[in-house]
Design a protein around this ligand. Structure first.
Ligand code: ROI
Length: 170
């Protein structure tokens, strides 16, 4: 297949952040992603607020999920997401699970199920993260089969909502 291949995949991207006006940051990241070549936004969830998973001594997070149709292959999409993170002041300080201005995760890429040094698809954290599953369920078919993990609706039933709050309705 050539780099300009027109094979289209539906990908779901998780957006999160908890520093420097995260609502504005996520809205700006959304515009930037939607404006990328070979990427088209097809849906965007509400914005949600949740307590941090991991170290508690950091601000609450804002999260959302975006669906795109893309002809970018997975690694090219990942690189594009990393550029969007960097342009929103993302610094990698080596702190695992520390606060961040913007985190963009490819959650699902079509039916792909891969583990690579650089990229695991679907994202390994989907099943136990209410701040991923609930926004995802807003914009994806509830019978969506998440490769290797089962149906979205079954994951949702097994994942309590905890303190997850909608802050801006999509
Ligand atoms: N916690 C919440 N609530 N939302 C996130 O997006 C998030 N992202 C992370 C860690 C630090 C695991 N905790 C989070 O990377």
């Amino acid at each position: 297949m050539t780099p300009e291949s027109t094979t289209l995949a539906i990908a779901y991207i998780g957006l999160g952040g908890n520093l420097d006006r995260p609502l504005d940051t996520l809205a700006s990241a959304r515009r930037m992603i939607a404006g990328l070549a070979r990427v088209r936004e097809t849906a965007f969830s509400s914005f949600y607020r949740s307590a941090p998973m991991g170290p508690a001594n950091q601000p609450d997070y804002i999260n959302a999920v975006m669906a795109v149709e893309t002809s970018l292959p997975p690694l090219a999409l990942l690189k594009a997401m990393q550029r969007v993170e960097l342009s929103h002041g993302r610094v990698r300080n080596g702190l695992r699970w520390g606060p961040r201005t913007l985190d963009l995760d490819i959650l699902i890429y079509g039916k792909l199920h891969i583990t690579d040094e650089g990229l695991t698809l679907p994202h390994a954290g989907i099943a136990d993260r209410e701040f991923v599953l609930y926004p995802l369920a807003e914009i994806a078919p509830t019978d969506l089969e998440i490769p290797g993990m089962g149906r979205l609706c079954d994951l949702l039933i097994a994942c309590p909502r905890r303190g997850l709050d909608v802050v801006v309705h999509g």
